[in-house]
Ligand binder design. Structure first.
Ligand code: FAD
Ligand code: SF4
Length: 399
C-alpha cells in the first residue's frame, strides 16, 4: 500500500438517525455511529472502551506520568501557557485562537479541510458539523455550540473527497473515537485541535438550562461558566447577564447534563495535539496545553498574533471541593443574595489559574465518579481511568 491508497478498512451500515446507539444512554452522539466506521464502535467508543493509555502512547509517544501531579490533572504536555489574541475575532467564544489556527493551516496549505461545527439555519445553537475548506467556512463555525454535536458524522466524506491532510477540531469524546479509527481514515497527516469540555447537554437540555437560568433565554447568543464563579450570558443586544454558580437551581438542573458528560473523565481532551480552553488561565485569557510536537507546530502558526504569559496558580481548592460534594448531591440551592455574596467572597480568596482548573476538575470528577458508581456500578472499575481514581481518592464521598 502506498501512502496515498486508502487502507482496506471494514465498513458497516451506519445506524439510522435517532436509533439506539451501542453505548445506549451513555452515548454522547459523537457521530461515529452515523458513518460506516460504526464497524469499530466497540473498540472506539469512549463510553464502551476506556483506553487512554493506548491512545496517549499512539498520539504523544508517552502515557501520563502519574508521579507528576500536573500530568495527572492535565495529561501529557510539553508546555502550558495563558494566551490571548491581540485582535480578538468578533463573535468567537473567547479570543478566537482556535479559529485563527485553523485558518492559518488552510491558508498555508498544511491541510485541505477542517472538521468543525457550524450551526443550522434555524437554530444558532443547533450543531451542523462540516468539513470547512475556506477561512470563511471556519469562521462560520466560531463560538461554542453548547450541545452534543455529531462532529464525526462527516468522516465518510473524507474518504469520498480524497482529502489527505486534515485538521479536526473537537471535544474529548469525539477525539477519543477519532484517535481509535485514525489509521482507517487513509490520511497522510492528521492534526487534532481540542477544547476542554464538561457538562454538555442535548438541545432540549440546553433549552431547560437557559429557561431556568437566564432572564431572557431566547436572546442568549453565548454563555460560559467563567473563572469568576459566574455564568456569563451574552445577549443579542450586546448586554451581559451574570449569574453566580452558587445560585443555580441545582435541583431543577441536576438531570439536565447528558449522561455521557456525567460519566466522562476526559475534561482536558487528553488525546488532542493542542488544547485551547480557558480554565487554567487568569480571567480574560485562554489556556493552552501543547501536548506534542504537532501541537507546537500548530501553535507556532499564530505566535505573532497572540500575547502570552506563564500559567499561575493561587489559593487552595480542597475545602471548597469537599464542601460542594454533599451540597450538589442533595441539590442544595442558595437564595440569590447568599449566592451573590458567596460569589464575591470566593472570587476574592478562591482558587485562581491552575488551581481553578483543579477545582473544576475535582468537582466534576467526584460528581461523575458517584454517578457511574450509582448508575453503572458494573462499569466503574474499567471505565474510570487511574488518573481520575487518584484525583477522586483525595476526597471523602457519600455512599
Ligand atoms: P472559537 O474560535 O470561537 O472556535 C470554537 C470552535 O469550537 C469552533 O471551531 C467549533 O467548531 C468548535 N465547537 C463548537 N461547539 C462544539 C461542540 N459542541 N463540539 C465540538 N466542537 C465544538 N474550556 C475550559 O477551559 N473549560 C470548560 O469547562 C470548557 N467547557 C466547554 C464546553 C463545550 C461544550 C465546548 C464546545 C467548549 C468548552 N471549553 C471549555 C472550551 C472553550 O469554551 C472555548 O471553546 C475554547 O477556549 C476556544 O475558544 P476560541 O475563542 O479560541 O474558539
Ligand atoms: Fe457511537 Fe459515539 Fe454514541 Fe459511542 S458516543 S455509541 S461511538 S455515536
Amino acid at each position: 500500500m502506498t501512502s496515498v491508497d486508502f487502507p482496506k478498512h471494514k465498513k458497516a451500515k451506519a445506524l439510522k438517525p435517532g436509533s439506539r446507539r451501542p453505548a445506549k444512554e451513555l452515548c454522547s452522539e459523537c457521530g461515529l455511529c452515523d458513518t460506516y466506521y460504526v464497524h469499530y464502535v466497540k473498540e472506539a467508543c469512549a463510553f464502551i472502551n476506556q483506553q487512554f493509555e493506548t491512545l496517549e502512547k499512539q498520539s504523544h509517544g508517552a502515557t501520563r506520568n502519574l508521579d507528576n501531579p500536573d500530568e495527572v490533572y492535565f495529561g501529557v504536555h510539553q508546555e502550558m501557557m495563558a494566551a490571548r489574541k491581540q485582535q480578538p475575532i468578533e463573535g468567537a467564544q473567547w479570543t478566537g485562537i482556535v479559529s485563527s489556527i485553523a485558518i492559518e493551516m488552510l491558508n498555508r496549505g498544511m491541510v485541505e479541510g477542517v472538521v468543525c461545527v457550524q450551526n443550522t439555519k434555524e437554530d444558532r445553537f443547533g450543531p451542523m458539523p462540516v468539513i470547512a475548506r475556506t477561512p470563511e467556512e471556519v469562521l462560520a463555525a466560531r463560538v461554542n455550540k453548547p450541545t452534543l454535536s455529531p462532529n464525526l458524522s462527516v468522516l465518510e466524506q473524507i474518504e469520498q473527497s480524497g482529502m489527505k491532510r486534515l485538521l479536526v477540531i473537537g471535544v474529548g469524546c469525539q477525539i477519543q473515537a477519532l484517535r481509535a479509527v485514525e489509521k482507517q481514515l487513509g490520511l497522510e497527516k492528521l492534526y487534532v485541535l481540542g477544547t476542554p469540555c464538561v457538562d454538555n447537554v442535548t438541545r432540549a437540555g440546553l433549552q431547560k438550562f437557559l429557561d431556568n437560568t437566564s432572564k431572557s433565554p431566547d436572546t442568549v447568543v453565548y454563555y460560559e461558566f467563567m473563572q469568576d464563579f459566574r455564568v456569563h450570558f451574552k445577549h443579542e443586544d450586546g448586554s451581559t447577564e451574570l449569574v453566580p454558580f452558587f445560585g443555580l437551581n441545582t435541583k431543577e438542573l441536576k438531570d439536565v447534563f447528558a449522561p455521557s458528560c456525567m460519566s466522562c473523565f476526559d475534561y482536558v481532551n487528553s488525546l488532542a495535539d493542542l488544547v485551547v480552553g480557558y480554565m487554567g488561565a487568569p480571567f480574560g485569557w485562554q489556556w493552552i496545553l501543547v501536548r506534542n510536537d504537532i501541537g507546537k507546530e500548530m501553535l507556532d502558526l499564530v505566535k505573532d498574533q497572540i500575547d502570552t504569559q506563564p500559567v499561575m496558580s493561587q489559593g487552595d481548592r480542597k475545602a471548597a471541593v469537599q464542601q460542594s460534594i454533599p451540597a450538589y448531591d442533595k441539590g442544595v440551592t442558595l437564595p440569590m443574595w447568599a449566592a451573590k455574596l458567596m460569589g464575591v467572597v470566593i472570587e476574592k480568596i478562591g482558587p485562581k489559574g491552575l488551581e481553578y482548573a483543579r477545582f473544576s476538575i475535582d468537582s466534576h470528577f467526584t460528581r461523575n465518579y458517584l454517578y457511574v458508581k450509582r448508575q453503572h456500578p458494573e462499569k466503574l472499575e474499567a471505565h474510570v481511568p487511574e488518573f481520575a481514581k487518584r484525583i477522586v481518592g483525595q476526597y471523602k464521598l457519600p455512599e
